[in-house]
Design a protein around this ligand. Structure first.
Ligand code: KG4
Ligand code: ZN
Length: 356
């Protein structure tokens, strides 16, 4: 047992996650608890509710990860925990739990940046050398950055209003897709992807956002307004009440997915051209890494593949399970920091973090 072991803990949003990992990136045990169905009922995350659910579940989730790994706390080399960014109340539960844990078992702490962890997860599966371009797209995140090292990121652009997963979730809710027999157990983004498969995207046209903005930022709120207006108009035309399902629901889903995909692809294309002009990526096999819940969307992946094929980049997406929030990505980030001896904090230190 020479390999050092890291316990990773994630509580930044609505997933309580824990994982035990060895220095090679092997997952020895993992566990998670999602609050998504609770938040679905209230139509969004209520921070105090998220906090309470993290509090109720964290000890059990961590214990389960340890039990599965057969590792005792004293055999761990460090605890790595998300300290930002995220919901302050949610982050606080993971942080407090971790600080108690490291003080009790006298081991160092590795603070983890949630976005950096998403960005680096792919390196657990395959070797993607620095620097590489990374696109994070989920319900809470939307950004393009150059990952230059495990602790060195250059932000190129981000969403100015809302993240694409959030937009897709809201559109799905407006279309009442949970009531559709095929979609009852799916997230909004998954429901849109499924419905879009049977739809004709050309039946509706939504304006692509930010055509005149020569930067790498994103915007989805205006697009969502357009979709909402079209849905209201169609409900009137078909003489149905909001909450009932439109006959053209798949066509709207297809057109909405197309617009989201093409906006993401266009901003990513700009970022690639910028990186090339500034020499920010290696000449030899530069890479685009795509992660976050929305990266699970096959249509969006295929659209991005067109962009990377045209610009000579390799496209890497971690497997779906690793794209969404989990303890494994936090443990992996801890392992990378432990290996490089970077960002490790003694248990005796005075530890405080801001959620932003
Ligand atoms: O990464 P994640 O689990 O949580 C955060 O938002 O941080 O991502 C969840 C988001 C939700 O908005 C969900 O609708 C979206 O990812 N999503 C998808 C798909 N699967 C999940 N969006 C589009 N297509 C999908 N297949
Ligand atoms: Zn996330």
């Amino acid at each position: 047992l020479d390999s050092r072991l890291v316990l990773g803990i994630e509580t930044s949003c609505d997933d309580t996650g824990a994982a035990v990992m060895d220095e090679t990136g092997r997952i020895l045990g993992e566990s998670s608890h999602t609050q998504k169905d609770v938040h679905l009922k209230t139509g969004g995350i209520i921070p105090v509710v998220a906090q309470r659910l993290h509090k109720e579940n964290i000890a059990r989730v961590v214990q389960e990860a340890l039990d599965k790994s057969g590792i005792a706390p004293r055999d761990l080399s460090a605890v790595a925990t998300t300290v930002k960014p995220g919901l302050a109340l949610s982050l606080g539960i993971g942080l407090q739990y971790s600080l108690n844990f490291i003080q009790e078992h006298k081991m160092p702490f590795i603070p983890i940046h949630h976005m950096e962890a998403h960005a680096l997860t792919v390196r657990m599966i395959q070797s993607v050398p620095f620097p590489f371009l990374v696109l994070l797209i989920s319900g809470g995140h939307c950004l393009l950055a150059v990952a230059r090292d495990i602790d060195d990121f250059l932000l190129l652009g981000q969403a100015l209003d809302e993240a694409p997963g959030d937009t897709l979730d809201k559109v799905a809710r407006r279309l009442s897709l949970v009531k559709h027999p095929k979609c009852s157990t799916l997230s909004g983004g998954q429901a849109i992807e499924l419905m879009a498969q049977e739809g004709n995207r050309l039946k509706f046209h939504f304006k692509s956002p930010m055509g005149q903005h020569y930067d790498c930022n994103f915007s989805f709120a205006g697009f969502r307004n357009q979709v909402t207006q079209v849905i209201s108009k169609k409900e009137e035309d078909e003489g149905i009440q909001p909450g009932e399902i439109l006959s053209c629901v798949s066509d709207i889903a297809a057109a909405a997915q197309y617009t989201v995909a093409s906006h993401i692809a266009k901003r990513t294309h700009r970022a690639i051209l910028f990186c090339k002009a500034k020499g920010l990526l290696p000449q030899n096999s530069p890479s685009l890494v795509v992660s976050g819940g929305v990266a699970c969307n096959q249509y969006i992946r295929k659209t991005l593949q067109i962009v990377t094929d045209a610009t000579g980049l390799d496209l890497h997406c971690p497997p779906a399970k690793l794209c969404t929030d989990n303890g494994v990505m936090i443990a992996w980030n801890g392992v990378e920091k432990l290996r490089k001896g970077k960002g490790i904090v003694a248990h005796t230190a005075n530890i405080r973090y801001e959620p932003k």
